[in-house]
Write a protein that binds this ligand. Structure first.
Ligand SMILES: [Zn+2]
Length: 94
């Protein structure tokens, strides 16, 4: 009677090794930073964070850490929203 469930557990184990099957569309998290907690949100491929760095740069250490962790499960857009500061060598405008 449990054979169906056992099959699903085995399938889940295989799926868990293929995170690229999954695309996270919406996501909310609380990030415990060095001094305080930050609220992170991913919605429609766009990240937001309530830290002051994000307000100026549209990315921050918290978002970049999440992008690193969730990379295979993010849409192209969500994966690359750090592009504004990803290349410090060529566009150091500020
Ligand atoms: Zn942040």
């Amino acid at each position: 009677m449990h054979s169906d469930l056992i099959g699903k557990i085995e399938k889940a184990r295989r799926y868990a090794e293929e995170p690229e099957r999954i695309t996270i569309n919406e996501f909310k998290a609380t990030f415990s930073g060095g001094n305080s907690e930050h609220k992170l949100v991913l919605k429609d491929g766009r990240w937001s964070c309530d830290c002051s760095f994000f307000a100026n740069w549209e990315t921050c250490a918290h978002v970049m850490a999440m992008q690193k962790l969730l990379n295979p499960m993010l849409s192209e857009e969500a994966r690359h929203s750090e592009s504004t500061i990803a290349a410090p060598s060529d566009s150091v405008a500020v």
